[in-house]
Ligand binder design. Sequence first.
Ligand code: AMP
Ligand code: ZN
Length: 480
Amino acid sequence: MNPSIINTMTRLKTELKPADADNVFKMYCCGPTVYGPAHIGNFRTFLIQDVLRRTLEAAGVKVKHVRNITDVDDKTIRESRKLGVSLKDFTRRWEDKFHADCAALNMLAPTVEPRATEHIKEQLELVAKLVENGHAYVSDDGSVYFKISTFPDYGKLSGLDPESLRTQNVNSAGDANVADEYERDSVSDFALWKGRKPEDGDNFWKSPWGEGRPGWHIECSAMSKKYLGDTFDLHGGGVDLCFPHHENEIAQSRCASGAKESVRTWFHSAHLMVEGAKMSKSLGNLYTLDDLEKRGYTPMQVRYALISGHYRQQLNFTFKGLDDAKSALAKMLKSLKACLASLGISEGDFKGFVRPGAKFEGTAFEPAWRALCDDLNVPKAEGEIFTAFASKSVRTLEDIKAFGSLMYALGIDLFAARANGAEDASGSVEAPAEIVELAKARWEAKKAKDFSKADSLRAEILAKGWTVLDKKDGFDLKRS
Ligand code: AMP
Ligand code: ZN
């Protein structure tokens, strides 16, 4: 059985399967803008995409997953210049931090993770093509704009009323509208290329239209085309990206390639709210993974809490929700251990079953698998898992293997959860010398304020299965 989701474009339930002859499912997800730590709202979206990919793999589908790094835009340039560091040094530091958080949350690394600044040539080629075929025009300041009146399908994804579409290339102040993001009611020609401005500092590239830098939207069109082709299977992002980012991507990609369709299925996840309010810096309710770890929660508990709402419904993040996730993980582990013991299966053997490939049909976990495949219903799947354990229907090796593949699909490592305190607080086991050496080097780098080195050492330690916890005058190590 293949997973299905609701395609934002058609609003219909759509079975996901590779359309190309090579039988590889090609999925593109808009990645982070690396100018600070990703917050748990960003991670809700990235985790849902991780669960979708894992579920496809558990169904036996080969997936090529591309997720970009936005390392040049208005925000990254502004923040790096404020600190007086190069754009590259600044964005690499936040990219490393993002990777460390992803590893802690047990997310699979994308197959390809291209950076915008390393694909300027591809972006320029796309812009040139759009100028050449009349879908874009050059303005006096050397910027290039996409002309949305040349693309009748503009607005279909987000359901914008065609009557309300109007071409306007000035903002309310009467200036050229070059911002990477703009308000919903301001449907305007958008910048593909931005002529150089003094506030860009050293961050510019040469182009046929003069020095400048790419607009935000063009990078995803250029990189998805390069790695997945003119038409690919699935494109994902948070619901806020529908308009304007994804509308703009569709317009650019289709007008450049001439293809009838650039993306077969659109996958959008609803926002994470915090205690009923939108998460924002100004409300002071914006949390990062570090903030939650400092309060004693483990990344696995955070993962469980963030994936446990349906992807098309807003999830209200609460500390009670995190406590519930902690109890659910502990309960699941307890049930699993009882079944393993009665079947004479070791924990080590079970860990080997946490991979794609098990047969679900006819096992105790078939209902959970069906729920996951039916519009990626994670909360229902979790409920079915508890029902299977409670009804004592987990009786065979096949059941345990199916449970292992389900854990792979959800990305839940029950034993990591226990080491981090879900069942008992046995985290303070002694780390091997190699890990201690890496942690010491990280501590030194941190003291010397070389945060980029410190973050990449932290990521290396995480990749080896350990988490560093900073204390006032040193560090602790515990198993991830
Ligand atoms: P950004 O780094 O701002 O480009 O965002 C990265 C991803 O996080 C995008 O797919 C956004 O749609 C998503 N995102 C941003 N805020 C939230 C939120 N509160 N809840 C869920 N996803 C979000
Ligand atoms: Zn994008």
